[in-house]
Design a protein around this ligand. Structure first.
Ligand code: SF4
Length: 883
């Protein structure tokens, strides 16, 4: 399209025809005052401060909503314009309460800044403050709508960016204000407390709620959110070397743009709690006491080396962290393999479906690793299985909601009517564990319609005939009976998907379910059959719960793989790392985190080093884990909080949180984000990589790093997919642009085989434990809630973690909302209030994790978690006893 040329303030500017005058001016760095404009929102033109003058016609135009025209002559700051702007601001100030001196927005208030730019100290008009009652019943946001200037940014952010629809304009004229339905408090609305409105509000009308005075930030620095796998870019406000505020960084091309979720925005207050570890602790005469670093590290080095000498390398286990950085996990697993000679190394990501995710990796040779979330907004169709991103990875859910608003068909497969279902075109609610059959049934229907992509299958796959024969032989009536999804819904789904490249999104509902690996195989088959995999408009997204779950795996903090996801049992892989590290690597398979606990229970594992994980809270059967850890001869915990596991350790080493150190995380898209420390670690705490480096010295390792840059260089030089990681920081991706697609552009990638169709057995009903209890996430907590449960704001929410049950089951048990029940499984029990949920399949109950010390894990069996495709990952048979 031909560009338009116009002149603004004497400067010639070329831009596309649909550009607004405001944006055209920005291209040349010409700043026009504004209050209602935001680059991520549709222009609104309400504040009128951005008015400019058309020199030819003399007309005054609102520049944000007026498109450029050829040969326009625009002036942005004439005396006439300035007079108008001054009048607008005078009127706004006359309506504004005189509370600037105590306003938490302080000098960051845009109204104050613009008034100052225009030379206005105070208004000379009769003051008519529009006083409103302060709204602060919820623990996150204070609304002082007396300060609202009706720019509409909060409403537009709510509708356009996070697509929640909690607020809209209420009333007209002088009384008009953004309000919830019926003007009730935010806590009674569908607001998710993502805080996007707070960070986008130009005045102090919306502010984060603090439980005590924290002042205004002295400075702000960028970091990466330390909670979930989306890896949002943050602006962290600092006062007295403490983080007092968090906002989106608004950096262009960041994964989150101007949004965050409730955890990222409000739960980082956990960083300042009194349970932060600040000094090394050593157990002396049964009590933990502060000791200098030298002493603590000498004890750790001495005990680990002696235990290894006495019992052999398999007697030591190291549990790294999907919350720690890439560099830290790299050094950690290296310490296990090089200094202790064991592959007993794992990280908490094990609990988030590594075996099912591994299927994707193995079948595609790692070809599905890079999928920017923005691809969701351009997908042809989205097929979402067992995922509730609005709770687990809320910022990723905004992409899906925006895609739905644009008209992208979304199919949701989930036994529960999740929040995302209202955005879907079709919702399939199968009986738990039957997704595999359902997916194969859909493939069979598509195949019967001859809707497979023959050219794709021919070019890139093998064994299709075997697969086709397998699915065409399936008994579809049995599948409908088994899954509980009727034929009409299956056919409607196929009609919707036919001829489209499908984008798949999977979550823990499939990754952690029984037959999860089989379900992933069947999804992959479906994606191959429809020619979706690796093509624009068709990708695979796997929700990763923890912020660096991907990176910890990539760095080899797992028992069966060396860094770079190289299989330990491959000679070539071991030889590669033997050359890099200059030692022989043991080919003995290591223990995963559950097996470590079991070996400790048996007395064969003698020492454990736990960095940034809390097995006593994150694993089922806490009593059993406690006993197992109690049998160890030596337990080291390196963490930022004095958590349940730290309390029973022999040595506790105080680490640093993400914003107190340099490092990098790899998010669920495959984006490697480097960051710098924002504040120093508290008191004597140290960055975890530094602790490991110092410990290496104590253990006699001759090649110390000393600087983080050296670790990064070693990673970049030895792990090809991390070749972009360098000391300059910033963002890079797991692979280069040309490798982002599964197949080379010349179509010469390796052929991907279809996997055979394996039917699953019908499950036998359990007459004693008649319910299935499924564990689900809440957006307020992450994983086991080790960090979020320390957030005062989250605690003030008073989550009860109610059990949700269908009204039919509640009626059978003679229960009503708020009644208390005991949920019993074969392994343990918990007590909960109940909440009825309409539309829930009878026989299913849902329990949120992380509440009440994460006690719901007592319902699961620890040993079952150790097996791939375990039936005990996130659900169990249960009975409900009314109390
Ligand atoms: Fe942090 Fe995840 Fe929320 Fe983003 S979506 S703010 S990364 S918790």
């Amino acid at each position: 399209m031909e560009e338009i040329t116009l002149t603004i303030d004497g400067q010639k500017i070329n831009c596309p025809p649909e550009t607004s005058i405001f944006d055209a001016a920005e291209l040349r760095g010409i700043k026009i005052p504004n209050l209602c404009y935001h680059p991520d929102l549709k222009p609104f033109g309400s504040c009128r401060l951005c008015m400019v003058e058309d020199e030819k016609s003399g007309r005054i135009l609102a520049s944000c909503v007026t498109p450029v025209a050829p040969n326009m002559l625009i002036l942005t700051n004439t005396p006439r314009i300035k007079r108008h702007r001054i009048n607008i601001v005078r009127l706004m100030m006359a309506e504004h309460p005189e509370s600037c001196i105590v306003c938490s927005k302080g000098n960051r208030c845009r109204l104050r800044q613009i008034a100052a730019q225009l030379g206005l100290g105070e208004t000379d008009l009769y003051p008519m403050p529009n006083y409103r009652t302060l709204e602060q019943a919820n623990p996150f946001i204070i609304r002082d709508l007396s300060k609202c200037i009706l720019c509409g940014k909060c409403i537009r952010a709510d509708h356009e960016l996070v697509v929640v629809g909690a607020i809209d304009y209420n009333l007209r004229g002088f009384n008009s204000r953004p309000a919830t339905l019926h003007d009730l408090g935010l806590e009674t609305s569908n607001c998710t407390f993502c805080g996007t409105c707070v960070s986008i509000c130009p005045t102090g009308a919306l502010a984060p709620k603090n439980t005590h005075y924290v002042g205004t930030p002295e400075r702000e620095s960028v970091s990466i959110c330390g909670f979930c796998g989306v890896g949002c870019s943050l602006n962290m406000g600092v006062a007295n070397d403490r983080i007092i505020e968090t906002n989106p960084s608004h950096i262009k091309n960041s994964v989150n743009g101007s949004t965050l979720c409730v955890r990222g925005h409000f739960a980082h207050d956990f960083l300042n709690v009194k349970d932060r570890l600040t000094d090394p602790l050593l157990r002396v005469d049964g009590e933990l006491a502060s000791v200098p670093w030298d002493k603590a590290l000498a004890v750790v080095a001495d005990r680990l080396i002696n235990i290894k000498k006495e019992y052999g390398p398999q007697s030591v286990g190291l549990l790294g962290s999907s919350k720690c950085t890439n560099e830290e996990n790299y050094i950690f697993q290296k310490m296990a393999r090089v200094l202790l000679g064991t592959n007993n190394v794992d990280n908490g990501g094990f609990l988030n479906g590594r075996s099912a995710l591994g299927v994707l990796d193995q079948r595609t040779g790692g070809g599905c690793r890079v999928n920017p979330l923005e691809g969701l907004e351009t997908a042809e169709a989205i097929f979402m299985v067992g995922a509730d991103p609005s709770q687990s990875v809320p910022v990723a859910s905004y992409y899906l909601k925006r895609a739905a608003v644009k008209g992208t068909p979304i199919v949701i497969v989930d036994p529960r009517k999740t929040e995302m279902v209202v955005f879907s075109t079709l919702w399939l609610s199968p009986v738990p564990h039957t997704d595999h059959e359902l997916i194969n049934g859909l493939a069979a229907l598509l195949c019967r319609k001859d809707a497979q992509d023959d050219s794709f299958i021919e070019s890139y796959t093998e064994d299709f005939v075997l697969y086709r024969d397998g699915i065409l032989g399936l008994d579809l009536e049995r599948i409908c009976r088994l899954t509980g999804v009727d034929m009409k819904t299956m056919e409607d789904t196929c009609d919707l998907l036919e001829g489209k490249k499908i984008t798949f999104l999977v979550g823990n509902g499939i990754l952690l379910q029984r037959h999860g690996m089989l379900s992933m195989e069947s999804l992959l088959n479906l994606s191959l059959m429809t020619g979706s995999l690796g093509h624009d408009g068709g990708s695979f997204y796997a929700i990763t719960k923890e912020n660096n779950q991907v990176g910890a795996w990539d760095m080899g903090a797992v028992p069966g793989e060396l860094p770079g996801r190289m299989a330990l049992n491959r000679d070539l892989a071991r030889h590669h790392w033997e050359r890099v590290w200059g030692v022989k690597i043991s080919p003995d398979q290591g223990l995963n985190m559950v097996r470590m606990i079991e070996e400790a229970e048996k007395g064969t594992l003698k020492a454990m080093y736990v960095m940034g994980e809390n097995p006593l809270r994150a694993l089922p059967q806490g009593e059993r884990v406690l006993k197992a850890l109690g049998r160890l001869e030596f337990l080291v915990v390196q963490d930022i909080l004095f958590n349940e596991t730290a309390k029973i350790a022999d040595v506790v080493l105080p680490g640093a949180s993400f914003c107190e150190k340099d490092g990098s995380f790899t998010n669920m898209e495959g984006r490697i984000q480097s960051f710098k420390s924002v504040v120093p670690p508290p008191k004597n705490a140290k960055a975890d990589w530094e602790i490991l480096d110092l410990l290496g010295k104590q253990m006699g390792y001759p090649r110390l790093y000393g600087k983080l840059e050296k670790v990064r260089t070693e990673i970049a030089q030895s792990i090809p997919m991390y070749a972009g990681l360098d000391s300059t920081g910033g963002v890079t991706w797991i692979r280069e642009e040309k490798d982002k697609r599964l197949f080379n552009s010349d179509g010469q990638g390796a052929l991907i085989p279809f996997s055979p169709v394996v039917p699953i057995e019908d499950e036998v009903d359990d007459n004693e434990y008649t319910f299935r209890a499924i564990l689900v996430s809440l957006r307020y907590h992450l994983g086991a809630g080790t960090r979020t449960s320390h957030s005062e704001r989250i605690r003030n929410l008073g989550l009860k973690g109610e059990l949700t049950i269908s009204p039919e089951d509640a009626a059978t048990l003679n229960l009503t909302d708020g009644d208390t029940v005991q949920v019993q499984s074969l392994y343990g029990s918990v007590i909960r209030e109940i909440k009825m949920e309409r539309g829930l399949r009878p026989g299913l109950v849902f329990l949120p994790t992380a509440c009440d010390g994460n006690d719901v894990l007592q319902l699961l069996d620890l040993s079952q978690l150790g097996i791939p495709d375990s039936p005990g990952w996130k659900e169990c048979r249960a009975r409900i006893i009314p109390l």
